[in-house]
Design a protein around this ligand. Sequence first.
Ligand code: RIB
Ligand code: CA
Length: 313
Amino acid sequence: MRPARIIIDTDPGQDDAVAILLALASPEEVEVLGITAVAGNVPLALTARNARMVCELAGKTDVPVLAGCDAPLSRPLVTAEHVHGKTGLDGIELPAPQMPLAEGHAVDFIVETLRREPAGSITLVTIGPLTNIATAFRQAPDIIPRVARIVMMGGAYFEVGNITPAAEFNIYVDPEAAAEVFAAGVPLVVMPLDVTHKALTTRPRVEAFRALGTRVGTAVAAWTDFFERFDKEKYGSEGAPLHDPCTIAWLIRPELFTGREINVEIETEGSFTLGMTVADWWRVSGRAPNALFIGDVDAEGFFALLTERLARL
Ligand code: RIB
Ligand code: CA
């Protein structure tokens, strides 16, 4: 089977970094055409820097990395240094990137790639706020029907919110962008907290990363050691949810995941529910399904795949 040809839209963040590494380690299933940075976990200058550092860590400096939107469509930026640290990749010191940013704006790269490549041949993998994607759709509505699908990390239903009682971070940062993307009619595969909170970095799993004895294994173990302190304290869980790599793992081995085709709407006006993904899991609204909303994962299989692929780098 031909690899999925993807653009990764990201706000690195340690879990974004692991997702990017998994993608770059899996050329049989995933061809990364480009990485577009967006403001989210940390400001854009850092997410654009971090994305390049991850590519260099993987030894894949031929992948174009572009900087995108530095703020949500119509709200001030909310960041998450309390989770990811000041740099967004706290946990290990990595060298400053040598590879330059690719010329141009990330939104233009998304538009131009979708216009150039055959319709239905490009998948967008979004693992940060949806500002770049919504901006591209506003700028060039003609590309919307050309997108094969969007595989995104975002939202929550049974798990409720992680940045507010009702909202997950990626959606909360730019709810207007998320509402436009969910309404665009592009096939969506959504990895909400409901599934990512089942992909937890237990001690044995982190030690398996470290036992790889490589720069990548050491970095991923150090990132998860840092990243997990927040979730362990907040949820009393055994480890941290590896949110973003679930998107890439779905492209490689979709059978690891189960979910439902349901309607998902985004709250953009609620005083207390802003950014909530109103997921009609029980199909009571009569609204047309617009997303494959993933609810479960074979966690052992996920971590076995992740560890095996990271060992390749
Ligand atoms: O809520 C989790 C999401 O927010 C992940 O993508 C994480 O990297 C942060 O961006
Ligand atoms: Ca992210």
